[in-house]
Design a protein around this ligand. Structure first.
Ligand SMILES: *Cc1c(COP(=O)(O)O)cnc(C)c1O
Length: 378
């Protein structure tokens, strides 16, 4: 049979009910599993920290969608990133972008160095800086593309190739794109990380993390050990919710990305908008690379409002349909003043507003932003 398309695999790859016949999978809450008279196992399961059917189904589905080998699930995106870093050794050097997700930055800067894992913040878009960083023999390069909140696009194939030549593994935090829009393993990365809290869950009601490794990557055995021996596992219910979200992931990603492009075009033409950051716009510096390396441009965008910080904050205060909240990836459109959230020493422009585009009708979102922007000059 011809290879099934991603929509079909999203619905079926977390296969339910091999032993009974439900169409939707049951939630297996039992922490422990029966043995026979001689101690032999009656099923593949022993104890839920070491394995659970809901978690195993989610892991199988992700490795199918990312085109990888093993996949390991965690209780949050940061638990996934932390576990990847724990799989390194004391004395190892990690490269990370200076504009990485703030939780990742804090972990690297304020926490991991105490265990002997050092970080060099690196601008992957600057070949000279990448050269200098690779000269220090890093063990792992962590990428995020498009970046937060400036939507800078890193060429995954080029950077992963240079890292491999220098002996470093490449891990891509693919939270913003999901395997529907971007599959880093196919571009030469070794590891893909997801905050499944965002698009996989998709409904702002579950936290989770996922790591997929390329087939045969030895580090995945160590990661499986970290999952089961240090215990940052998702609950069966969380794994079930993530598996449920997965079934509509391709449809949501496409619809939300279409909405984002509509919003970006509207904002670009608006007299009270200074600049729009969205790789789907042909004028965006990341457009060409993203067109080459992905199947779309995602549902995140940022823009700078006229009138400086005060202007941006008036827009945020003025929306009625968009929701003021942090995070992303849900069906509700969220907006946020990133500089305020990131603190006083952030390089993020003070007039920047980040938007996670949801599933509302784009015309309704545009009308709301239009009235908020028009009121912002008051
Ligand atoms: C949210 C997020 C994380 C962290 O995920 P949690 O589930 O909140 O721990 C990591 N990376 C990116 C890009 C994110 O957006």
């Amino acid at each position: 049979m011809k290879k099934l398309r991603i929509e079909t695999r999203s619905v079926h790859s977390g296969a339910a009910g091999r032993h009974s016949a439900p169409v939707a999978p049951p939630i297996q809450l039992s922490t422990t599993f029966r043995r026979g008279a001689d101690g032999e196992l009656e099923s593949p399961w022993i104890y839920s920290r070491s394995g659970n059917p809901n978690r195993a189904a989610l892991e199988a589905a992700l490795s199918d969608l990312e085109g990888g080998g093993e996949c390991v699930a965690f209780a949050s995106g940061l638990a996934a990133i932390h576990s990847v870093l724990l799989a390194l050794s004391p004395g190892d050097l990690v490269l990370a972008p200076g504009d990485a997700y703030h939780g990742t930055m804090h972990m690297l800067r304020d926490f991991l160095h105490r265990w002997g894992v050092a970080t060099r913040f690196t601008d992957y878009l600057d070949p000279a800086d990448l050269d200098a960083a690779l000269g220090r023999k890093p063990a792992l390069a962590l990428l995020e593309t498009p970046s937060n909140p400036m939507l800078r696009v890193t060429d995954i194939r080029t950077v992963a190739g240079r890292c491999r030549a220098a002996g470093a593994l490449t891990a891509v935090d693919n939270t913003w794109m999901t395997p529907v829009l971007q599959r880093p393993l196919e571009l030469g990365a070794d590891l893909v990380i997801h905050a499944a809290t965002k698009y996989f869950g998709g409904h702002s009601d579950v936290t989770g993390g996922l790591v997929a490794g390329r087939a045969g990557l030895p580090l995945m055995d160590r990661l499986r050990g970290i999952q089961t021996e240090t215990g940052p596992v998702p609950s069966p219910f969380d794994a079930w919710l993530l598996g449920r979200g997965l079934k509509t992931l391709p449809l949501r990603m496409r619809a939300q990305s279409e909405g984002a492009l509509r919003l970006a075009r509207f904002l670009e033409a608006h007299p009270r908008v200074v600049q729009v950051f969205y790789p789907g716009l042909p004028t965006d510096p990341g457009h060409e690379v993203q067109t080459r390396q992905g199947d779309g441009y995602g549902a995140m965008l940022s823009f700078r409002a006229a009138g400086g910080e005060a202007g941006a904050r008036r827009v945020i205060a003025g929306v009625r349909l968009l929701t003021r909240a942090t995070s992303l990836g849900g069906v509700e459109t969220l907006l946020e003043h990133r500089a305020m959230v990131e603190g006083p020493d952030t390089p993020t422009p003070r007039d920047l507003i980040r938007v996670s585009v949801g599933l509302e009708h784009p015309d309704d979102l545009i009308a709301d932003l239009d009235q908020a922007l028009s009121g912002s000059s008051a």
